[in-house]
Design a protein around this ligand. Structure first.
Ligand code: ZN
Length: 409
């Protein structure tokens, strides 16, 4: 049994009264629809585009299959995602993306991981071989992609209800849309989705919403409305969340060794090693923002119903909290003041940087994308003084991170 899935984001209600308010979790008193609610809203799904068999709902949401499934043609070997969209134009952003629809990228060898039962965290993912930082472990087309915000099927008349009752009713109604979306999936993919872990069984989430809230990975390079400038991600209320079957098996750590990216050209998640992983080692992703104090991480992880026992949480100190909280700003400042184009980085500054890098590795933050800037500056500094042997491992690391973090797909 899998105990913990992998959600990287909150789902927030964006019905007018609940904009950006996170949904309830844990044991909620009076969860479910209020006793005097008739629960009669129909989702009214209509075919809007027979060529693509897209359906629209009365609230304007659209569901599409990606890549398009054509009658009398075999299914895509990488599978099809069902995608619940807020704007049809967002689908066009993917369909017009250079190279779409590419097959999912394949790792250098298959079966780099296996699922094994553990005594205290249920099923977990373990490496079957040594994996190098930057290696693709596997890629997978999501089973289901949904907006990160919740949209009920229609304008609901909920006057006179308390805020809690309105939230419960919206969640109940939204589940009807999700049921329709899931009914479009192949029997195998639907069964895989419904078998995923659900840690939201007592807060009023329907089964599918509970599974999304437990396991959804954020997809922030696809979003509604105007395109974001290069290198910027869409804000949560305009972006999406995807369910990965195998990816949902990763447990959480605040020192993860696996990083996730979403590739638009193949409409797939890629799971890559964010540091070297030894054969037999457990593989982890992070379910929360790891650049916060241990106390705040604990709060963010509460909806999953477990307490993180990773080394960083067990041995957290005010100094490690400070390092995490300030890490991103500090790296941004380093890039600004000590970038390779700055010729007067002094030896003293450089020694401080080496010390900082040691702390970062000790705290496990070298598994985060920004680490490439730290190693890049060190590598280029050594290179500038012709210390090529010393420069090489840092520059190699920078290169591997650049490839992993690339948003060109
Ligand atoms: Zn932890």
């Amino acid at each position: 049994m899998l105990l913990f899935g992998a959600l990287l984001t909150h789902i927030c209600a964006v019905a007018k009264m609940f904009e950006k308010k996170p949904l309830p979790y844990g044991k909620v008193e009076n969860a479910g629809i209020p006793s005097d609610y008739n629960g009669s809203t129909s989702i009214n799904a209509k075919v809007i585009d027979p060529l693509f068999t897209d359906h629209s709902f009365s609230n304007g949401l659209i569901v599409a299959t990606v890549p398009t499934r054509h009658n009398n043609q075999p299914s895509d070997p990488d599978g099809h995602s069902e995608w619940l969209l807020v704007h049809g134009a967002t689908k066009a952003k993917v369909f017009n993306f250079p190279g779409y629809p590419r097959p999912c990228a394949k790792p250098r060898r298959s079966n780099m991981i296996e699922l094994k039962q553990t005594p205290d965290t249920g099923m977990a993912v373990f490496a079957t071989c040594d994996i190098k930082v930057g290696d693709l472990i596997f890629s997978e087309r999501p089973l289901l992609v949904t907006p990160r915000a919740v949209f009920p099927p229609a304008r609901l008349n909920l006057s006179g209800y308390s805020k809690e009752k309105v939230t419960q009713t919206i969640m109940f109604e939204y589940e009807k849309i999700l049921e329709h979306v899931v009914s479009r999936m192949s029997p195998e993919r639907r069964a895989a989705l419904l078998a995923l872990c659900n840690s939201h069984t007592e807060d009023g989430s329907g089964k599918i919403m509970g599974i999304i809230r437990t396991n959804g990975f954020s997809i922030s390079n696809i979003g509604d409305g105007p395109n974001m400038p290069l290198g910027h991600l869409y804000p949560p209320e305009r972006s999406y969340s995807g369910l990965s079957d195998l990816g949902s098996r990763f447990n959480h750590s605040c020192i993860p060794n696996v990083t996730i990216s979403f590739k638009r050209s193949s409409f797939s998640f890629q799971f890559s090693a964010s540091r070297d992983i030894k054969a037999g080692e457990e593989c982890f992703v992070s379910y929360c923002d790891i650049f916060q104090s241990a106390t705040d991480r604990k709060k963010e992880l509460a909806p999953y119903g477990f307490e993180c026992k990773c080394k960083a949480c067990l041995h957290a100190t005010p100094a490690t909290d400070k390092l995490r909280i300030e890490y991103q700003d500090k790296v941004a400042r380093l890039v600004h003041t000590h970038g390779p184009w700055v010729l007067d980085t002094t030896k003293r500054h450089f020694d401080e940087l080496i010390e900082f890098e040691k702390e970062v590795v000790k705290e496990g933050l070298h598994s985060q994308k920004m680490y490439r800037f730290v190693v890049g500056i060190i590598g280029h500094w050594y290179e500038k003084y012709h210390l090529y042997t010393k420069a090489k491992p840092y520059l190699d690391l920078e290169e591997r991170w650049k490839t992993m973090a690339s948003d060109e797909e």
